[in-house]
Design a protein around this ligand. Sequence first.
Ligand code: GLU
Length: 453
Amino acid sequence: MHDATQRIMDRVIQLDSNQTEFIQAVTSFLNSVDKLVDDIPQLIYHKVLDRIVEPERAIIFRVPWVDDDGQMQLNRAFRVQMNSALGPYKGGMRFHPSVNLSILKFLAFEQTFKNSLTGLALGGGKGGSDFNPKGKSDGEVMRFCQSLMIELGRHIGEDTDVPAGDIGVGGREIGYMYGQYKRLYNKSVGILTGKHPSFGGSYIRPEATGYGLVYLSAAMLDAEGKNLQDKSCLVSGSGNVAQFTTEKLLKMGAKVLTMSDSSGVLIDPSGIDEEKLAFIKTLKNVRRGRIAEYAQKYKEATYIAHNGSATSNPLWDVKADYAFPCATQNEINTEDAKHLVANGIQLVGEGANMPTTLDAEQILMDNGVLLAPGKASNAGGVAVSGLEMVQNSQRLQWTPAQVDAQLLTIMKNIYSNISSAAEKYSTKNNFVDGANIAGFIKISDAMLAQGYV
Ligand code: GLU
């Protein structure tokens, strides 16, 4: 690293030494963009890198709500408005007990470059709360969402900041938050994306992250003369991204051997077919149950409960051609990466945000595994959110086929941008560098043009 880049890294570590996820995301980014510093000295002179690692604004607020027993409950919520150089802050809300400022700063940081890669006019942000929707009634979730929006509402707007979903926030939560915003501000405008199509949501938004991941991975494989037909795949997670990744993989002729949830791992050697996937969708989206139920219904499958003290995840030790981590950050560690390599994995397509640790990433790349980094490969979700904003501004709704065609074009463009940036500034097939650099160049151009703001 150049001294000037190292100084920025040191400052982040000194200021926020306890924000491990944020430091991890900044390390990956600075390792890549350091390769640009000789070509574009203005980045240092105008302190673009110093500014880009500092959120424009971070809001922290309390959310009191009343549970079904009439008791007051209290959660902490956040909105990190990271960068508005390209457009309104854009990024999801995460409801999960692990949520803290470090996780949301890392997510907002990743989101900034992801949104740039989509080619749409979107800045980067992220928010959420340590509220755990698991085990809560619909009424409790509604009251929490309403209370949260009473404060969040003043900080967002269709031209200011447009939240969406993430872990723990789906159509139900978006609906409750949207309804409360409308009641507070008396306005029907696109202040959230991921809405139901009956009130301004875009078709294909639920499918978009998973479909986009498979479109980008297919483009990457195609460049190597490979494809998905009859290939065995590992998918982790069983939420929105995992479900639609599996759906699209099946449509492309691949076989999916695994899925998981926060309680355990499911391995089905006969493959998770369309009928079994429909069971998972109802189980997860309607009944909000645990994936262990799958193994009770389909006896050919094995269920392994997570072991808190285990150093590796058995899901990543199943022999397969391609892997799609779609659960959460840092779900592939060095042990997992070694298992994947030993089993001959050829591609890791990240559906989650930062699912691979920095050292695990290195092991995969050193062994010639194609690594599609999340900020590129999972950008389909926010891309269709961007298209939802366009439809809301037009007060029109496009057909599913129109949206899907645009999603495919966007993902192919992302592949071509990150692979040419990799070849130009780093090495062929280093898509981590390619994504960081291609995402960053557009933002730095905008930041340089807009002065010291
Ligand atoms: N949470 C998603 C992501 O990580 C989507 C964000 C959005 O649609 O704004 O990209």
